[in-house]
Design a protein around this ligand. Structure first.
Ligand SMILES: Cc1cc2nc3c(=O)[nH]c(=O)nc-3n(C[C@H](O)[C@H](O)[C@H](O)COP(=O)(O)OP(=O)(O)OC[C@H]3O[C@@H](n4cnc5c(N)ncnc54)[C@H](O)[C@@H]3O)c2cc1C
Length: 384
């Protein structure tokens, strides 16, 4: 028996290995990860870690977990190729056979080819975060390219450490892909109140050692520049192995790729969303972990109910915790509630609920969205 091989030892790869064991899988489990060290959580990299520098707190489990669970962990090792005909993963000159393969390769940062891009730092891995943390020491002017979650979380930390921070976003509003215009405005006001300069609608055209220039011609002087302008799914292994790939590795509602011996999960997977009926790819801990649990169950017990988890996400920016339950389309309308929460609607159906520091409403929305029937405006308002 060759067992299960998992490529990518991040959030989803780790969860798949752990869930295989908790579901009772007794065959070999091999977890291969390119990054060195134990699998760790990424969310704190743009939040608490930047202040504490505590690497130990990031590990998903201690080393002993992998021993007691009989999970073979091979980190610092890159999978170069998949031989589907012989069911092998090839890493350099070593071949690892599999009965089932799980692709959990995540994403990598986009680095647009603009002049001087080498002056910008990234924030994706622990190594990036350690570099950024070191660079924050002893600089005063911080420039952030990209007003999405990661750019804004980093901006909030840098500002709280007394740095002068400027965020430049090419789109007309912050976090535009993920939240309503009203929530974007609330967060822009919050960051401005904290003293961060927010520039919208102005893309970066060139960088140098002392800052960057925007398409309007405006100049941002910065001693440190973070590039947080989005990611690209790591689909090359799948593509080269002849699997179907779109904006991610294509999977069905069982999270199986076009090869029934290969699953894909998390940030790298493009899956059918049963609510919107679109193919979607999510970048969230929830999706990676829930995908992993479904795949492990399916491997151990056979086909399960289709993947229907309610997407949810959080972002910590200063003392605000933004939580989003559900997934809104860009055309969905928005209704602002008295406490500043926003509900997104497609007709009468609630597609997403955006809250700030309101875990109660967030949890209620998740619960009701998980029900057998879609949550309507009326059922959202019903007493808890
Ligand atoms: C700074 C930061 C903050 C975040 N904050 C939040 C948050 O607040 N809330 C939230 O829900 N999500 C957050 N996320 C997103 C969340 O971390 C990801 O959605 C989640 O980690 C996805 O899990 P994954 O297993 O799909 O990919 P990852 O955790 O990215 O793991 C993929 C792994 O695969 C490895 N790999 C790729 N190719 C190969 C190969 N060929 N061979 C071997 N290994 C390979 C990579 O090195 C990587 O370690 C954040 C992400 C970042 C970077």
């Amino acid at each position: 028996m060759s067992g299960v091989v998992i490529i990518g030892a991040g959030q989803g790869g780790f969860q798949a290995a752990a869930s295989l064991r908790s579901e009772g899988y007794s065959g070999p489990v091999l977890l291969i990860g390119e990054e060195a060290g134990l699998p760790y959580q990424r969310p704190p990299l743009s939040k608490t870690y930047l202040k504490s520098g505590d690497e130990g707190a990031l590990s998903l489990r201690p080393a002993a977990f992998y021993e007691t669970q009989n999970i073979t962990l091979r980190t610092g090792l890159r999978a170069d190729r998949i031989d589907r005909a012989r069911q092998l993963v090839i890493c350099g000159d070593t071949e690892f056979p599999y009965d089932h393969l799980i692709l959990a390769t995540g994403t990598r940062n986009l680095r647009p080819s603009i002049p001087g891009i080498e002056h910008a730092l990234d924030l994706r891995t622990l190594a990036d975060a350690a570099r950024l943390r070191g660079a924050l020491d002893g600089v005063q002017r911080v420039g952030v390219i990209g007003g999405g979650f990661i750019g804004l979380e980093f901006a909030a930390v840098a500002r709280s450490l007394g740095r002068d921070v400027t965020v430049a976003e090419a789109a007309p509003r912050l976090m535009a892909r993920a939240v309503s215009p009203a929530m974007s405005e609330r967060f822009a006001a919050k960051h401005r109140e904290m003293g961060t300069e927010i520039i919208l609608n102005d893309g970066v055209t060139a960088l140098d050692a002392e800052g960057f220039t925007l398409s309007s011609g405006r100049r941002v002087n910065a001693d440190l520049i973070l590039l947080a302008a989005g990611v690209r799914p790591n689909t090359e292994l799948a593509w080269e192995a002849g699997l179907e790939v779109a904006n991610g590795i294509l999977v069905n509602d069982q999270l199986l790729t076009s090869d029934p011996a290969i699953s894909a999960l998390g940030d790298c997977a493009c899956f059918p969303d049963h609510r919107s009926h679109h193919l979607i790819r999510l970048e969230s801990v929830q999706a990676a972990a829930d995908h992993a649990r479904l795949i492990a169950k399916r491997i151990v017990h056979g086909p399960s109910a289709p993947y229907h988890s309610v997407p949810w996400f959080w972002s910590d920016q200063a003392d605000w915790k933004l939580q989003i339950a559900g997934l809104a389309g860009p055309e969905d309308s928005a209704e602002i509630l008295p406490d500043g929460s926003v509900i997104r609607l497609k007709g009468d159906i609630v597609t997403a609920v955006e809250t700030v520091n309101n875990a109660k409403v967030h949890m209620m929305a998740r619960k009701r969205m998980a029900g057998a029937t879609p949550m309507t405006r009326e059922s959202f308002a019903a007493p808890v």
